[in-house]
Write a protein that binds this ligand. Structure first.
Ligand SMILES: [Fe+2]
Ligand SMILES: [Fe+2]
Length: 185
């Protein structure tokens, strides 16, 4: 008989029930290797002492994530308006993941996650995909820098996970942009 276990993602802290950890966290997108069994969870995972640079970088990361989540929320609604089911699903998933990143960062900062603001976006899914690509690219650059500047191993690991996740998003947008190109030809 396959045992049902409770796991927790060390990047977002969310729990998951299954016979094994998922390939990617359904909440924050982190790789399977960041999952541990819930019984092994340590209470200090998000309770790390921060130096001035680490705090400043986490605050910048929080702004970035909230802004990207708000953008994807707008892109999701724009896709819904034109009955583009694929783009609606993609932007909705991205909005939820970026919101989850904002929540995780808020845990490190020991604050509650700020509300999403309303942001404008493009009408066409193609243009939002292009802007999404640029936003993910900016996030990857920033988090690579934050990873290098972090002194604590836990924060290095956290930013490394975010770089991996945002790279997955970037690649997804790239594939879609390629598809949009083929449609025009
Ligand atoms: Fe997660
Ligand atoms: Fe993110």
């Amino acid at each position: 008989m396959v045992r049902t276990l409770v796991f927790r993602c060390r990047i977002c802290g969310d729990p998951y029930i299954g016979s094994e950890a998922p390939t990617q966290c359904p909440f924050c997108g982190a790789n399977k290797r960041f999952f541990i069994e819930a019984k092994d969870w340590k209470s200090d995972e998000f309770n790390v002492s921060l130096n001035e640079v680490e705090r400043k970088n986490l605050e910048s990361a929080l702004k970035l994530e909230l802004d990207n989540a708000a953008f994807y929320d707008c892109a999701k609604n724009a896709a819904d308006k034109i009955n583009d089911h694929y783009s609606f699903a993609k932007f909705k998933a991205l909005m939820k993941v970026e919101r989850e990143h904002a929540s995780a960062i808020s845990k490190f900062l020991n604050i509650s996650r700020p509300e999403l603001e309303k942001l404008s976006c493009n009408a066409k899914a193609k243009d939002n995909t292009k802007e999404g690509w640029e936003r993910e690219n900016r996030a990857i650059q920033a988090y690579t820098k934050f990873e290098n500047e972090a002194e604590g191993q836990r924060l290095q690991e956290f930013f490394q996970a975010l770089v991996e996740i945002e790279t997955d998003h970037l690649n997804l947008h790239s594939e879609n942009l390629q598809h949009f190109k083929e449609e025009i030809v």
